[in-house]
Write a protein that binds this ligand. Structure first.
Ligand SMILES: [Zn+2]
Length: 252
């Protein structure tokens, strides 16, 4: 680290749990953030400010006026721009040393497999069930830790699926890919602005913890927030031995 970096990251380096070694790990890390909207904005902004060396932003959408109420990486003057470019501009304004790759595509599982191949951590910041399943399948196939967040109306949830741990569950153990239900996306539903900030920021926290090896992650636990009454509930997540994505029966 040079002098500028020692200053920039000094408040991380002061933490015993991070120090020089942890900050070096953060600088060497590659985070893949799928979704540059409400969750992806704060998640990516904290990853960039914290010094994650490489960030890949994946989103096929463009900035719309209706996004600005909660998607804080975007600005009024960037309405109409690709979300990945708009988000990248915000990240570079905070920290010009971060290497940012932008992927303006609706990605499928095959494409995701390539994108996450050298990732240290993957953040699911999407609002689409099929894409969530594709991200999970790619993370299972590549044994990459996945930080999954979701937010709608006043309700949020967050979990970590760290397949590097023996016996860890995957997203599909909890939410079956065979399930078909109506897509409840933000495009037609309300979402309380700070909710996505809370969940997205927690995703950044879990990702940085995984990178620097701090404390215990949310692997094996699902946290659910009811923001209206500000109540948190935690549920244990167990591996489903019949999971169509990660069970040995299906991967053999
Ligand atoms: Zn599974």
């Amino acid at each position: 680290m040079n002098d500028e970096q020692l200053l920039r990251y000094s408040r991380h380096i002061f933490l015993d749990e991070i120090g020089i070694e942890g900050q070096e790990a953060i600088l060497a890390a590659h985070a893949v953030v799928v979704g540059a909207g409400g969750l992806g904005s704060p998640a990516a902004m904290y990853l960039a400010s914290a010094g994650v060396g490489r960030i890949t932003l994946v989103d096929d959408d463009r900035v719309d006026l209706t996004n600005l109420q909660r998607q804080i990486a975007h600005t009024t003057e960037r309405v109409g721009q690709a979300k990945v470019s708009s988000c990248a501009a915000s990240l570079l304004a905070i920290n010009p040393h971060v290497q940012i790759s932008t992927v303006q595509e609706r990605v499928d599982q095959q494409r995701l497999q390539t994108l996450v191949a050298d990732a240290s951590v993957v953040l699911d910041c999407t609002d689409n069930y099929r894409t969530r399943q594709a991200i999970n399948a790619a993370c299972v196939a590549q044994a990459k830790p996945l930080v999954s967040g979701a937010a709608i109306r006043f309700d949020g949830q967050i979990s970590v699926f760290d397949r590097r741990r023996h016996g860890a569950a995957c997203y599909a153990c909890l939410f079956s890919p065979e399930e078909t239900f109506e897509e409840a996306s933000c495009s037609s539903m309300g979402v309380f602005a700070p909710l996505v900030g809370i969940i997205g920021t927690m995703q950044a926290a879990e990702a940085l913890k995984l990178i620097a090896g701090i404390g215990h992650s949310l692997d094996g636990r699902l946290m659910m927030l009811e923001l209206k009454d500000m109540e948190w509930n935690t549920m244990q997540v167990a591996r489903n031995p019949l999971c169509p994505v990660c069970s040995r029966l299906h991967t053999a």
